[in-house]
Ligand binder design. Sequence first.
Ligand code: SF4
Length: 609
Amino acid sequence: MFECYGKKLLRVDLSTRSITEEPLKHAFIERWVGGMGFGTKLLSDEVPPTADPLGPENKLFICVGPLTGTQAPLFAQTCIVSKSPLTGGIINSYAGGHLGGAIKAAGYDVIAIEGQADDLVYLLVTPDGAQIIDCPELAGESIRATEAAVKAASGRDDLHTMAIGLAGENRVRFACVVSETRAFGRGGMGAVLGAKNLKAIGVAGIGDVAVADPAAFKDAVAAAYETFRQDLESPWGYLAMFAGAGTGAGMSLVNEKHALATRHHHLTHFEKAEEIGGPGMMEKFPTRPVACLGCQVHCSMLRSPVKTKWGEVWTRGPEYETMYSLGSLCFNGDAEMLLKANDQAEEYGMDTLSLGVSVAFAMECADRGILPRNALGGDVALEFGNADATIKLIDMIAHREGLGDTLAEGSRRASQIIGQGTDAFALQSKGMEFAAWMPERMRGIAVTFATSNRGACHKRAPIGMELMDVIPMDGIEGRAALVAEIQNKVNALFCLVACRFAEFIVPMEQFLALLNTASGLSCTEERFMRLGEGIWNLERLYNLAAGIDGSEDRLPDICFEVPEDFPEDAKPLTREDFATLLRDYYAARGWDEQGHPTSERLAALGLQT
Ligand code: SF4
């Protein structure tokens, strides 16, 4: 039993510079399965909900899953669970690539980081042991330079890394952590590392990952590969679309549906969407698709170096969410500017979603006369569609200069600092900036943005079903219950640390066959879904104790205004419909009318109150 686990946690206390190994108990593994389950339970037990996210009391739990490092496809992700400096609540953040495989091969299921180093350090974990290494010379260095320096100093060519840039060191609240070509984007994990003076982590492992029933596991892997093969060979395949042009492949469809948030939600359609969407990028820039460990989809688009007016740019992506946040939302239709902005975000280490929404928020403030057009200094006007303004503001945020210092606090805090009613149009929920979807158009998005434990999150919403007209975009019947079910399912799959795209095509029985044959567990679908629901409730309890209650299950006023080009045959989001959706959601969850989990529901989920 539990053959595919390392069954160990590596605990690193930066304050005392002590590093210890702890066994993971079988009961813990069986109950929480891995990834998000491990991280959520550990954070709930070890970090007080009132702890300062940027203080030494906060911890990061870097978790892999039972299938990480096995032959199962699309399980290369790594999950970080911590307390978010952006929302003040619990956060889980994911990145693919190769780091997860290295952590598993090093023999660990979890690396726990705690305390605060007195000077800038990085953590090195290799078969020779784990050590904390001083690196004052890396202060202010870009992420690529940092990762290269850590790899070179280790003398190993099998080292995989994650690092922060200047934004993390400056505690920009939406600073991210980049791991080679992928990013732990949401929730400010880079700021948490920065506050701990931890510049990077490098891991190399040489261990094999065993499975409980090799013959049955081989069959389960073959079945999963067949599912992927069928999708990838289909002209209508979801993943085939991403394999062809990256995650931005579907931008035209979203635009046609009038669901592309444009010019800070004043519009639903962007006339330059074709220029900045996935196929447009593929036509303009020589590209090599790259993949996470063991994945045959290759959705990640690495561009050849491109000469732009801001200098030569070498970058990966941008992803769909970036095309929205720094593109249509800011009314920018310049593809080269997007490459440059994406590169800045990767080198400074900032979540492009929160970054773009914060830039657009500043442009909206200037449009309304709340901020002056010359707020950036010099002759660069702060206005929608001004590519130079976007590039300059990104620099200012990372360096925390002038207006950039305010925006580095995230849109919610920035609106509180600026005042003048700006909170009515700051695109955030629980402090987390909106992902690329419009609550005005899609009711599933309205519920998800308002109720997600990590804020305005898009990872647990019926996006495909609404876009493909499987269900009407503006229907409310049964929508809240559907969202709750998806939240539970995705939470359970994040215990396996599955790539989010796997859920689009892999049936539940294939996920369970992979898990059970690798681990020796006998997890049923019912138990698996209850695991996801239990984690959701545990997160909710944590957030409630942190002071995030039902009054924060809300959307900003701008979502109840009608965009200028709103389709005539569509229904805008009304406050009445939203109140019904929220009531339905609490009922579907078995919570009371204030959004508190009831003791009956918690008992049914095996959770203590
Ligand atoms: S589909 Fe894309 S993000 Fe997911 S594992 Fe494959 S390459 Fe990575």
